[in-house]
Structures are given as structure tokens and as C-alpha cells.
Write a protein that binds this ligand. Structure first.
Ligand code: TRP
Length: 454
């Protein structure tokens, strides 16, 4: 590897850089596009409560485990397990993570492509004077096409590849520091507009008033999948990023800040969307189109809507980009460190392979919409397999690795920076990773997949 290549063992430059990069990975389409529609499809308030419980009891310990594995091993997702558990099959957890990265990026890039199309629609003022039906029609006819969505998807993959190939450190740290706060401001503005719409209260009570009778086994599994997806857990993204965190930075502090930012932004996206959904008489279980139909509807009815729509879709694309980079980085770091490929070559190879899968995801809204497996079109199959199966399973194995294989010694040393930081909560962490998280994940699996009825 030449010196001009990004050295994967470089570290993040600053404390804020770590948070920006990790939060950049966590905050993405999962928060703004996926969370509202998954919550909408699974009953709203009750889903939110279960989701928050999963973040606390499972998300935080899994995230801390991933960071500590990566920083201890100073390697990529697969290499970390090889180094910390030499001669054992634990590296297969990393292999599963790399596989999950392929699936996730294949459908993620499809939706990210939509956000690029919607930037151009904003520029040409395409939402003006359109009612709900027309906006719906506009969305459906776009995603069910062939060349336009494919074009934007491949553009987005190229953009992701370009940044990853050039090296993330400066670009990403620099962008995320500026763009993430901007995204927050935009969402706050949208929240204010949405909650002041007539009939907003209905939307807020849908989101915040739990009706547990509406909670199905399926919904609980989706809440778990969503918690993993939104926090970027279970596939080694944060093992890889953890390996770039400097030895004197505080891992648990980072975990708290990243999770809090991620959760707050997801809830704000819900607050921006549900009041509008009810005010305009849209079905909250609408699905993946929610952000692309409801928000343009709000924009075109507010003063300065042209400007807000444009800024919103640009920032949504950027949020998607800072996440997709972290997914591609898992594959590239693996190829560079374990297969000894040059960084650029690895990036191109990974991008081409993922794009092939991605084409099928995009076409599953159009010409391939009647091709389905297990009752799901290709897009949903990739999403379901990765988010609801591979990520929770990966997360479960990661905490088992830390709790039972590594044990408290190495974990305590890593998390406390070799004794520098006092860890009063350490026994709680150990209890969560040894018992609570694995047990809860297993139970949700068995129950959610319909293998057992409670
Ligand atoms: N968390 C990101 C989002 O919410 C997506 C993402 C990035 C991700 N890296 C990941 C999901 C790793 C799962 C695993 O949009």
C-alpha cells in the first residue's frame, strides 16, 4: 500500500470528529425515511416504547462492545475477531457482517438514489400546486420506472465509492461536523410547521400514546431490527470505526452521545411526519413512500417551501452518504487488510458487486415487482434479511463474544482506557452483555419469526 492511500490504522483527529463520524453513520435514512414508516406500520406509540427499551437494554451494550472490540484489535470487522479469538470460528461473525453490508447497501443505495432524484424535483419546483394524490402518483411512477431510479442509484454508489476510495478521514470529519447540525435545524423547522397544522394532535398521539393492543410479534421484531439498523449495529461498522478511535478517548461517553443523537433525530422525524400524515389524511402505514410524499406536501404549503424542500433533500442525501460510506468501509477495510488489495481496487470491486445486487432492489419496484420470495420482493427481502435477521444475530454473537469469550478483564481494560476512567457501571454492562441482551434477542427472534407463540 502506498503512502498516499488512506491508512486504515489512522485515527480520528478529534473527539468531535469521532462523534461526527459515528453519528454520521448512525443518523441516516434509517432515522428519517425508515423510522417513521416502520413505526407507522407497527402501531405508532407502542412501537416507540419497545424501540426505546431495545435501544437502552440492547443497543447501548452492543455499541460499546463493538467499539471495544475494534479499538482493542485495531483491525477490520473480520480481522478483529481473528486477532482476539485466534484459531476459533468467531471470525465468522465478521464474515456475516461483511455479507450484511452487501445486502444493506444494495437497498440503501436504491432509496438514497430517490433522494437525489428528489433534489432535482425540488430544483424544478415539481411539488408546487400538487395535491396528495398527484404527489403520490409522482413518487410511484418514478420508483416503478427503470432507467431513472437506476441512474440515481448508481450515481449514489459512485459518490460513496469516490469518498471511500479517496480516504474518509478529512472529507467525512469535515462534512459531518457542518452538515449534521444543519440537518437538525431543518428537522426542527419541519417539526414546528407540522405540529402547527390543524389536526396535528392526532398525529402526535399516534406517535406518543402507546396502544399495546396494537403491538404484534412482528412489530416487536421490527422494533429490534430498527434499533440495530438505526444505530448501525450488528455488522461490524462500529468495530471498524472503533479501530480508528484513539486509545485515550472515552468509549462509553461516545456511545451515549451517538445513541442519544440518533434517537432524538428519529423521534423528531416522527414528529415532523405524523401530524402532517393525519392532517392530510394519509395512511400512516403508507410504507417507504412516506417521506417522499408527505414532506413535499408540507413543503408546498408553507412559505419558502421551495427553499426548504431543496435544503431538506440535499441534507437527506448527505445523511445517507455519511451512512453508506460507513457500510462500504466495512467491506473495503476487510479487503485491504485481509486480502491485501489496494484501497482503490478494493473500493471499485466492492462497489461493482454491491451495485449488481442493488439493481435488483431498484427493479423490484418496477419490472420485477411480481418476482417475490417468501412473499417479499427483492428490496424487502434484502431489508428483512439484513435488518431483522443478520443484524440482531450479529449483535447477539458480538455481546456473547465480549461477555463470555473475552470476559471482563480485557473489556474492562479497553473501556476504562487501561484503568484511567472509573467504571462504576461496569457490572451492569457485563450483566447486560452476558445475559440480558442475548436472552432478549433470542426471545424476540423465536417469537417474532413465529417459531413460538406466547
Ligand atoms: N444507521 C444508518 C441509518 O440509520 C444505516 C447504517 C449505516 C447501518 N451503517 C450501518 C445499518 C451498519 C446497519 C449496520 O440510516
Amino acid at each position: 500500500m502506498s503512502n498516499s492511500d488512506f491508512n486504515p490504522r489512522d485515527s480520528f483527529g478529534s473527539k468531535f470528529g469521532i462523534i461526527a463520524a459515528a453519528a454520521g453513520s448512525a443518523v441516516g435514512l434509517g432515522n428519517i425515511w425508515k423510522f417513521p414508516y416502520v413505526a407507522g406500520q407497527n402501531g405508532g406509540g407502542a412501537f416507540l416504547v419497545v424501540y426505546l427499551l431495545f435501544i437502552l437494554a440492547i443497543g447501548l451494550p452492543v455499541m460499546l462492545s463493538e467499539f471495544s472490540i475494534g479499538r482493542r484489535a485495531q483491525r477490520n470487522a473480520i480481522g478483529s475477531f481473528k486477532k482476539l479469538g485466534p484459531g476459533t470460528p468467531w471470525y465468522l461473525v465478521g464474515v456475516m457482517g461483511v455479507a450484511a453490508a452487501f445486502l444493506i447497501l444494495s437497498f440503501y443505495s436504491a432509496v438514497a438514489g430517490w433522494t437525489l432524484e428528489y433534489i432535482t424535483k425540488s430544483v424544478t419546483n415539481a411539488f408546487a400546486e400538487r395535491d396528495e394524490n398527484e404527489l403520490n402518483q409522482m413518487f410511484v411512477s418514478f420508483i416503478s420506472g427503470t432507467w431513472r431510479p437506476l441512474f440515481w442509484q448508481l450515481m449514489f454508489m459512485a459518490l460513496t465509492a469516490w469518498i471511500v476510495a479517496a480516504g474518509i478521514k478529512k472529507g467525512i470529519e469535515k462534512y459531518t461536523k457542518v452538515l449534521m447540525p444543519l440537518l437538525v435545524i431543518m428537522i426542527v423547522v419541519l417539526c414546528v410547521r407540522s405540529v402547527t397544522l390543524p389536526g396535528a394532535i392526532e398525529g402526535l398521539s399516534f406517535l406518543f400514546k402507546p396502544d399495546f393492543s396494537a403491538l404484534s410479534a412482528d412489530a416487536v421484531l421490527s422494533a429490534l431490527g430498527q434499533a440495530f439498523f438505526s444505530l448501525s449495529l450488528g455488522m461490524g461498522t462500529l468495530i471498524t470505526y472503533g479501530s480508528y478511535i484513539r486509545k485515550n478517548d472515552n468509549l462509553s461517553g461516545t456511545v451515549i452521545q451517538v445513541s442519544a443523537a440518533d434517537t432524538i433525530i428519529a423521534i423528531m422525524a416522527g414528529v415532523a411526519i405524523f401530524p402532517a400524515v393525519f392532517a392530510f389524511g394519509i395512511d400512516p402505514a403508507e410504507g417507504p413512500g412516506l417521506v417522499f410524499i408527505t414532506l413535499p406536501n408540507i413543503f408546498q404549503q408553507m412559505p419558502g417551501g421551495y427553499f426548504f424542500a431543496l435544503v431538506f433533500f440535499i441534507l437527506l442525501s448527505v445523511a445517507a452518504l455519511t451512512s453508506s460510506i460507513s457500510v462500504l468501509e466495512v467491506v473495503v477495510a476487510y479487503m485491504v487488510e485481509e486480502l491485501n488489495l489496494a484501497r482503490k481496487r478494493a473500493t471499485v470491486l466492492a462497489t461493482v458487486m454491491i451495485s449488481v445486487l442493488g439493481v435488483f432492489c431498484t427493479l423490484s419496484f418496477g419490472v420485477m415487482s411480481d418476482v417475490s420470495l417468501f412473499g417479499m420482493v427483492f428490496f424487502d427481502l434484502m431489508d428483512f434479511t439484513a435488518s431483522n435477521l443478520l443484524l440482531p444475530l450479529g449483535g447477539c454473537l458480538i455481546v456473547l463474544f465480549v461477555g463470555w469469550y473475552l470476559g471482563p478483564g480485557p473489556s474492562r481494560r479497553e473501556i476504562s482506557n487501561e484503568g484511567e476512567i472509573k467504571l462504576g457501571y461496569f457490572p451492569v454492562f457485563m450483566f447486560l452483555v452476558k445475559f440480558v441482551a442475548p436472552f432478549a434477542i433470542t426471545l424476540v427472534f423465536i417469537y417474532g419469526l413465529g417459531l413460538m407463540r406466547l
